[in-house]
Design a protein around this ligand. Sequence first.
Ligand code: DON
Length: 564
Amino acid sequence: MNTSSKFINPYPFAILLLTLLFSSLVAAQQAAVASAHPLATDAGLEILQQGGNAFDAAVAVTATLAVVEPYSSGIGGGGFWLLHIKNKNRDVMIDGREVAPLAATRNMYLDKNGEVIPGASINGPLSAGIPGVPAAIDHIATHYGRLPLSRSLDAAIKHAREGFKTNAHYQRMASIREKHLNATPDAAEIFLNDGKAPKPGTLIVQTDLANTLSAIAARGADGFYQGEIATRLVSSVRQHGGIWSKLDLSSYRVVEREPIRGSYKGMQVVSAAPPSSGGVAIMEMLNILSGLDYEKRTSADRKHLMAEAMRRTYRDRAEYLGDTDFVNVPVDRLVSIQHANAVASDISPDQATPSEQLKAVAAAVNKATDTTHFSIIDKDGNRVAATLSINFPFGSCFVAEGTGVLLNDEMDDFSAKPGVPNIYGLIGNHANAIEPGKRMLSSMSPTFVETKDRYAVLGTPGGSRIITMVMLAAMEFYQGGSATSMVDLGRYHHQYLPDKIVYEPGVLNDDDMQILFERGHELEELDDTYGNMQVLVYDKRNNRIDAASDKRRNGSARVIEFTD
Ligand code: DON
C-alpha cells in the first residue's frame, strides 16, 4: 500500500499557524476621533495615546472645541454625551443641557401686548440658560474616565492661553454676529479685530478663559459654579440685564438618562432622550418607514415618503415634546409601532398631505447656524457621540466680564409663545414652555446605530435639521453605506411647518423635482449646504474603523493604531 498519498506535509500548516499567531499578536487595535476642528481631534487622540479612554478623550475634545470653535459650543453652553461603556455593555446619556434660570417666567420674552420681542431670546445675557458643560465634563471624568481633569483639559488651556488661528468659517460666523459681539467689551476684545470679524489666520488668545478652565481643572465643577468665577458670572450677567443668581449656578445638576432605543429591520438604534427630541423623532420616522417598503421604492418615492414621515414626526415634536422632568411626554407611545402605524395611515403614496390639514399652527422661516458634534471610539470599544451647543453662532454674544466665558442663547429653544416659531422655525406648545429650572427642548441627536456586522457613531449640528440629517445617514448606514457616504449624502428636510421640502443645492434631480412637485410638495433649493457631520463606522468583521468628517466644513477625522 502506498502510504505516501496519506502523508500530509506539516510545513504549510505550521506556517499558517505561525502567521495567524503573529498577525493576532501584531494586529493593531484601532481608535478614532472625528470632530469639527483638527486641534480638537488631535487633543482627543493625544489623550487616547496617553492611556486615557474614550471618555477622557471626550472631555479633552469638548474643552478644546470650546476654545477653538467658540461660535459653536463652549463652557458657557450645554450638550448631550451618549456613552457606550464596553465592559458593562451599557449605554447612558449624560444630559448637560442648560436650564432656565430660577427667575425665568413663561412670558419673559413677550411685550405688554403679548407679542414676542424680536431678539430678546437670542442676544445678550437674558437669552442665556445656566450652562451644563463644566458640570458634564467633571461628571464624565469622575465617573467614566481614567485621567484627572487637569490632564484632559491641558490642550484646551494651552490653546486658550497661547491662541489659535482662525479660518474662513470663523470669519463668516463672526460677521453674522459682529453687531452683537460689539455690544459687550469683553466679547469684542476677544473675538473681533478692531470691531470687525477677523481675517483667516488671526490669532485668538483667550487668557481669561484659560484661567477659568484652569479653575475647573483644579477644582472640578466647583471651580465654575462656586467661588470667584461664579460671583463674576452672576454679577456681570445681572449688570447687563440678565437674571442669573448664585443659586442658579450652585444648584445646576447633570442628569444621567436612559437613551432612546429601538430598531429598524434588525438595525439597533440608540439615541438622545428628552430633553432632546432627537431620539424620539428618529425612532418615530424609522417606525413609519418600516411599514412602507422604503428601500424598494424609486428615488422620488423615497423622498416623498421620507418627507411625509418627517412632516408628521415634527408635528408630534411640536405638540408633545419637552423636558420630561417637568412635563409628561408620552415617549413610549411616540416610539411605538402602533403610533407609527396610526400616524402613517393617512400618508398617500402620490399626494403630499398639507401640514395644516394635520393641524393648523403658524409657519416660519428656518435659519441654519452653528453647534458641534464629535464621535470617538477607543481601542477597547468604548464609544462617545456628543453634540454640544451654545445655540446661535457665538451664542448670546455676551462674555461675562473677566471670565472669558461666552454665554449661550439656548433660551430660544423654548417655545416663547405657543405656535410662534423660534429661530429654527420650530414651534412648540405647553410641553416646551419656559419654567424655572426646566431644560429647553433640543434637536441634538448623538446616535449609535448597529447591525450584525458594523456599528456607527454619529451626529451633527444644524438646528431643527439635525434630526433629519441623522435619520438620512442612519438609513444610508442601514443600506451598507460607509462613513464617507453617510456624511457626503445630499440632505433634504421637512419639519411640518413651514410646509415645504428644503434641500441642499443639487440634491433633487429633475425627476425627483417634477414628481414631488406634482404630488403637491413645495420645494426650496437652499443657497448653501448645511450640517457638519462626524461619523465613525466600526466593522466587527475585521475590527477596522472607517472615519469621516463632513467635507462641507473644516473638521478632521483620524484613526490611530495601538500595537500593544
Ligand atoms: O439644541 C438645539 O436643538 C439647538 N440649540 C441646536 C442649535 C444648532 O444646532 C445650530 N446649528 N447649526
